[in-house]
Design a protein around this ligand. Structure first.
Ligand SMILES: *Cc1c(COP(=O)(O)O)cnc(C)c1O
Length: 386
């Protein structure tokens, strides 16, 4: 059970829906990732886009992680939270001039550049501001992440990164630029990757492209292999902390690196997903001829993943019950048919007022909340206040 008896009593009076964050689990997860990375001399940047809740960010920053940002506002947020500028990277296919200037003014560690044109713009804007910019070239390595097609990013026909056929020209544009230094290569092949063989294939590609640059006389200081490590949505309690040892071990064994080369990671989901749950109340129960519905006071406006990519989240009651099991379609109040958290979910027979937990919601949950239907702003509660 997510909550002990005492916590369950306290929760009775709390207004729903809200995100619940287990800070102890977060700390344990961060410790596990950090020690496995430190042991191998790896650098880990946290991908803010997974969750930029203040209390979570503070703990991640305090633990010594860097920040991986995908917008100017995320760069600003990372700086405001206390992440050192030399541990901040900025990625994304569509960086605006204003965003690039924000990052240049803060003197961030590096831009992960996604096109030749973008590199030319960074060169020009850095010139205007009289600063130099470090860039890593995002290479599209054509590795199939075997994950949902909406969260696969490393294939050739994808919008992300520089296609390998353009690398020759990219290298020559960098050589001709006045204000840009190439420091690294960047790869990110997808998200929620649970088959570690995908990362093994990635290592092979990284080795190839690193050699390709070195053969052309360009030394690569940083190998940034992105993020994407998956979590267990089916068994949040049994596998609360991802196997960071196994994950980093793959890169330790298969990535070829020289003494001067740093290996960087950008983990989002794996660091925060299991620490968050969406807590909601049953508003109504309804039965059709064959179907039984649980209608919750939370919907796709609070947690969009099921509606957006048919994502599975474990759904459970907050309080124990010995009632007979019924297969429910668990739905939200929003006027969209896709506003459904799960179909045919086996749950003890439930009634109006019962509390329901949607698990593994700490990544890409709260950050995607919207005001559609003029819903309330999202609320949250931390474990240290229960
Ligand atoms: C989203 C993203 C990440 C983080 O992905 P996770 O699957 O949450 O680990 C890392 N790097 C880049 C470039 C991204 O876009």
């Amino acid at each position: 059970m997510l909550f002990n008896k005492d916590q369950q009593d306290k929760l009775r009076g709390v207004q729903t829906p809200f995100y619940y964050y287990d800070l102890n689990l977060l700390d344990a997860t961060l410790e596990s990732a950090k020690s496995a990375a430190d042991k191998r001399g790896f650098h880990v940047h946290y991908a803010l886009k997974a969750n930029f809740n203040d209390r979570l960010l503070e703990r991640i920053q305090a633990k010594g992680f860097g920040a991986d940002c995908v917008s100017g506002n995320e760069v600003q947020k990372a700086v405001d939270t206390g992440f050192p500028a030399d541990k901040i990277t900025f990625a994304g296919v569509g960086k605006s001039d204003v965003e690039i200037k924000t990052a240049l003014r803060h003197g961030i560690f590096a831009f992960n550049v996604e096109s030749i044109q973008e590199m030319e713009v960074i060169d020009e804007l850095a010139g205007e501001l009289g600063v130099r910019a470090n860039v890593s070239l995002r290479i599209n390595p054509n590795v199939d992440a075997n994950t949902h097609h909406y969260i696969t990013t490393g294939l050739d026909e994808n919008k992300f990164g520089v296609p390998t056929s353009e690398l020759e020209r990219a290298a020559s544009v960098i050589r001709d630029s006045k204000n840009v230094d190439l420091i690294g290569l960047h790869f990110h092949v997808g998200s929620q990757i649970t088959d570690l063989n995908v990362f093994k294939s990635l290592c092979v590609k990284v080795n190839e492209w690193k050699s390709w640059f070195e053969e052309r006389g360009t030394l690569i200081r940083v190998l940034n292999v992105g993020g994407g490590l998956g979590v267990d949505y089916l068994h949040p309690d049994e596998h609360a902390i991802p196997d960071f040892e196994a994950y980093f071990d793959i890169f330790d064994r298969f990535l070829e690196r020289g003494p001067q080369q740093e290996v960087h990671f950008e983990l989002g989901r794996a660091l925060v997903a299991q620490s968050g749950s969406l807590i909601s109340k049953v508003l109504y129960t309804k039965s059709g001829v064959k179907k039984h519905f649980l209608i919750l006071d939370a919907g796709m406006t609070e947690l969009m993943r099921p509606a957006l990519y048919q994502a599975y989240h474990k759904i459970e009651r907050v309080t124990q019950s010995d009632n007979k099991i019924i297969n429910y379609d668990v739905v939200g109040p929003i006027c969209e048919s896709s506003d459904c958290f799960g179909k045919e979910v086996p749950l003890p027979e439930s009634a109006r007022g019962d509390l329901i937990a949607v698990r593994t919601a700490g990544a890409y949950g709260e950050v995607m909340a919207s005001r559609y239907n003029l819903r309330n702003e999202i609320r949250y509660i931390y474990s240290d206040s229960l």
